[in-house]
Design a protein around this ligand. Structure first.
Ligand code: 4NP
Length: 158
């Protein structure tokens, strides 16, 4: 049985497509990509059908991450059932996701990405959309760190 992980941000064009690519890269490096099903979504459907933000793509590709996912909205009726872990990027995503939960069991699947961080004290992956280059680099730094922590947690729970 694959472990199914859905990364969620607001627009699904910056942070969660990057989280998807970083975590996919990590499990591929570890040689266990066949054990995972990984996807991403946004709480807000405005960018549905669009590829990742160009600025995010250009920062990601420099670290070897090709952002190929296409933005799609979070669909409560389907996604709470189809995934084992639903992972938000910031406190606003977490509130939006909690509001869309249908039950206590749904809420048990909800985590925040920074909860898995080992090396950074940030409690959110900040929205880089209206900022500059450092914001996109910080997103990638936080995602790489938290992805390692998430992988360790999943291994531990196995
Ligand atoms: P994301 O970034 O949630 O990391 O994909 C954003 C993308 C779009 C907008 C805000 C944040 N927006 O306001 O359109």
């Amino acid at each position: 049985m694959k472990t199914r992980i859905l990364f969620v941000c607001l627009g699904n064009i910056c942070r969660s497509p990057s989280a998807e690519a970083v975590f996919k890269g990590l499990v591929k490096n570890k040689g266990v990509d066949d054990k995972f099903y990984i996807d991403s979504a946004g709480t807000y459907g405005y960018h549905e059908g669009e590829p990742a933000d160009r600025r995010m793509q250009s920062h990601a590709i420099r670290r070897g991450y090709n952002l190929t996912s296409i933005s799609r909205p979070f669909i409560p009726e389907r996604d709470w059932d189809d995934f084992d872990y639903i992972i938000g990027m910031d406190n606003s995503n977490m509130r939006n996701l909690a509001d869309m939960a249908r039950s206590k069991d749904d809420l048990k699947k909800l985590y925040k990405m920074t909860d898995f961080a080992n090396n950074y004290g940030h409690t959110e992956v900040p929205d880089p959309y209206y900022g500059g280059d450092p914001g996109f680099e910080l997103v990638l730094d936080l995602l790489e760190d938290a992805s390692e922590g998430l992988f360790e947690k999943l291994n531990y729970e196995k």
